[in-house]
Design a protein around this ligand. Structure first.
Ligand code: ADP
Ligand code: MG
Length: 378
């Protein structure tokens, strides 16, 4: 993706100061646990947002995106505050704002953005943009900002500038990812441990299936699940569901709230068990039943799946997958399937066939390869 550097040079008559990148992510296991002080286990994708950047002359910053053709969006990076920049550029301006709020120096900037992270598919194109801009701003400032601090800056942009009440998993995965590794994140305290996930060594692949299901009511349902989890923690008298165990669940009187809590409690346990197996050098096939159980829990207890993802999971298993689950916040988005490398084609065919039979748009299937987190390209 040196094309952003070329586009920048053509437009500005000079090369950018540098080119930085940050990836999208897939969550292997640990869904909706992040806002319950729990555990998640994502990895960074090879798909990235790339940003060419340089200081801007004059009192305005400008950002362009290949994915948002048209005039550049202008704002003042040195003074912008929440509410001033709507639309896609809020992810960029918000990162500038949060970077300044964290106490780092920031003048005006020229930014040229490109990304191959699918937008709105649950692969966190938004965190990729924020984190790419974050590492670019740190690079331009010559500031040595650690990855967790940049992830928090990026998350603050999304929460307080864009206004999306998400947890911190996406930005931490985008910043901390590493080739061949999973990012085991304890969201209480934001501690990170890299866990080996060497699929080629075991003749395995992790397929990502973008179901292209229309996202329905995702943000409203997300808020409702957060509220249910808070109600469950309050009923148990614990600070967060992270602090509850299976024995506590019968104490929750409301049937729906109890099921929501059961998903979080069992999902946290599945993340910990997945990490135990993989860190201990187990054959990754051993995590298949945990992936399956996670999906069942999301479908029946947390109720965040939709027919497209349930069908994709079933078809992947019918096609020979060792384990499969929805990944991401739910109500659409992607499914992952752990498959034998020589069985990937059969699993893909099975999912395509199931979708074709129902007259649904063809899903997009690609291998999810754990890749490096944000950094500087040139
Ligand atoms: P996801 O993060 O799952 O892809 P979100 O709704 O959180 O979905 O974020 C998608 C939004 O992020 C887009 O609607 C757009 O505003 C912004 N975005 C993502 N990638 C780009 C890009 N390459 N250029 C401009 N804006 C982008
Ligand atoms: Mg997002």
């Amino acid at each position: 993706m040196s094309t952003v550097a070329d586009a920048f040079a053509t437009r500005h008559g000079a090369a950018p100061t540098g080119v930085w990148f940050a990836p999208g992510r897939v969550n292997l296991i640990g869904e909706h646990t992040d806002y319950n002080d729990g555990f998640v286990l994502p990895f960074a994708l090879p798909h990235r947002a790339v940003v060419a950047a340089a200081p801007a002359a004059g009192g305005r910053s400008r950002v362009r995106s290949v994915q948002e053709p048209g005039a550049p969006v202008e704002f003042s990076a040195a003074s912008v505050v929440p509410g001033e920049v709507p639309g896609w550029a809020a992810y960029v301006a918000g990162t500038c704002w949060a970077f300044r709020e964290a106490g780092y120096p920031l003048g005006e900037v020229e930014l040229e953005l490109d990304s191959d992270v699918p937008v709105g598919a649950g692969l966190s194109s938004s965190a990729a943009v924020e984190c790419a801009v974050g590492v670019a701003l740190a690079g331009l400032a010559g500031a040595d900002v650690d990855p967790t601090t940049l992830a928090r800056i990026a998350r603050r942009a999304e929460n307080e500038f864009v206004g999306a009440p998400t947890g911190g998993m996406d930005q931490m995965a985008s910043m901390h990812g590493r080739a061949g590794r999973l990012v085991f994140l304890d969201t209480r305290g934001d501690t990170v441990e890299l866990v080996p996930f060497d699929l080629p060594a075991h003749d395995l692949e992790l397929l990502v299936v973008d179901t292209r299901a229309p996202h329905a009511h995702a943000s409203g349902e997300y808020g409702a699940r957060r509220a249910d989890c808070e109600a469950a923690a309050a009923a148990l008298g614990v600070p967060a569901l992270r602090d509850a165990g299976p024995d506590d669940l019968p104490r929750i009187a409301d049937e729906r709230i109890r099921r929501r809590a059961r998903h979080i409690v069992t999902e946290n346990a599945r993340v910990v068990e997945t990490v135990r197996l993989l860190s201990g050098g187990a054959d990754p096939r051993a995590i298949g039943p945990l992936l399956d159980a996670s999906h069942t829990s999301m479908r029946d207890d947390f109720e965040i799946t939709v027919p497209h993802v349930d069908v994709a999971v079933e078809a992947a298993r019918d096609g020979g997958a060792t384990g499969a689950r929805m990944t991401g916040g739910g109500f659409g988005g992607c499914v992952i399937a752990l498959v034998e490398a020589d069985g990937a084609a059969a699993v893909t065919a099975s999912v395509r066939e199931a979708f074709a039979q129902r007259g649904w748009a063809e899903p997009v299937v690609f291998p999810g390869t754990p890749s490096d987190g944000a950094g500087r390209l040139t």
